[in-house]
Design a protein around this ligand. Structure first.
Ligand SMILES: [Zn+2]
Ligand SMILES: [Zn+2]
Ligand SMILES: [Zn+2]
Ligand SMILES: [Zn+2]
Length: 336
């Protein structure tokens, strides 16, 4: 088994695929963090559909599919941004039409050009063996650009995804940054095309982010943890697909997404426990009462292990039960 793996890693196509998977795993969740924050988790999915048309045009005309896919995805991203910015109530529907059109158009163009669906398939679900040296170089270059911008412009992009009006007042060009996020999403869709494929790319943009959000509340840690999870899933998924492909042909897109989901399933209980702890610590928002109102007869003595919810309230601790909260005060309890 170990020698099998060693033999596998020594194959040049596998090394190229691993390199592409490594950078894809970093870039996709980096953009995904902003998309999830803006509640546009499915944008990557839509861009992936639109990019199918780009790939088909590339296959049929003989241009490198990577570049035609980038072009189609960027056009799609700008269209989505324009539709979104208008705030039209039918924007949702317009996006759906764009996405279906992208996928159907791609299959139609590929068919017209005599391409089989099998030729298109490696772009839809990823492929281990078909990444050429120039593909890898382009993938790595584009991924590095995405990663540098996402991490380097983190504070500005975060301000915009958090509160557009505030960012505007603070002097940020919200429109330009929104457009930049859309274009970065389009580019990372193309980056991920060879590894997870266009139909599953969105999963790698969203699931690691959702997993990171189970473990942390901070934006910066979400960004970094999701990138770590993305790399783990895409490298792990690629190796699993390669090993499985000794017996059968397994598309790496499927194993990468399943591995991401497994990480999410493992993080969920941890997140639930963290949320419980945090909820118990949230202080009450109201002001502290100036006077003390002794509670009526209170035989119970509250303490750390009494089982009642304990909440920090100013300089003391309140205990909650039966719709009241009490704070110990000398030998009695005050209603708070
Ligand atoms: Zn008192
Ligand atoms: Zn108690
Ligand atoms: Zn209190
Ligand atoms: Zn009490």
């Amino acid at each position: 088994m170990t020698s099998d793996l060693a033999a596998l890693f020594s194959l040049p196509f596998m090394q190229r695929a691993l390199l592409a998977a490594f950078f894809t795993g970093l870039a996709a969740p980096a953009v995904g963090t902003y998309l999830v924050q803006r509640r546009m988790a499915l944008m990557g999915d839509g861009l992936g559909h639109v990019a199918v048309t780009g790939v088909a045009i590339g296959l049929v005309t003989g241009f490198a599919p990577t570049w035609t896919a980038v072009a189609a995805a960027v056009v799609g991203a700008v269209a989505i941004e324009v539709i979104r910015e208008r705030g039209n109530t039918n924007g949702d529907l317009a996006l759906a039409l764009l996405f279906y059109g992208g996928l159907a158009g791609g299959i139609f163009v590929a068919g017209l050009g005599g391409e089989t669906t099998a030729g298109l398939q490696q772009y839809l679900f990823g492929s281990i063996t078909t990444t050429s040296v120039s593909d890898v170089l382009v993938t790595v270059a584009l991924a590095v650009a995405v990663i540098v911008l996402c991490v380097g412009l983190g504070p500005q992009l975060f301000a915009i995804t958090q509160d557009q009006e505030f960012a505007q007042v603070a002097g940020l060009n919200v429109r330009a940054y929104n457009l930049m996020i859309a274009v970065l999403a389009a580019v990372s869709v193309t980056v991920a095309m060879r590894t997870v494929g266009l139909l599953l790319v969105s999963a790698l943009m969203v699931i690691p982010v959702a997993t990171a959000q189970q473990l942390t509340r901070s934006f910066r840690s979400t960004l970094l943890i999701s990138m770590g999870l993305g790399v783990t899933a895409s490298l792990g998924g690629l190796v699993v697909a390669a090993v499985a492909s000794y017996q059968a042909d397994v598309a790496p897109g499927a194993t990468i997404v399943l591995l991401s989901l497994l990480c999410f399933a493992l993080a969920w209980p941890v997140g639930a426990a963290l949320r419980r702890r945090e909820r118990d610590r949230v202080p009450f928002p109201e002001d502290q009462p100036s006077d003390h109102v002794p509670s009526s007869t209170h035989p119970h003595v509250h303490g750390g292990e009494c089982g009642h919810r304990a909440i920090a309230h100013g300089d003391h601790v309140d205990y909650v039960h039966d719709g009241h909260r009490h704070a110990p005060h000398g030998s009695h309890y005050d209603e708070h």
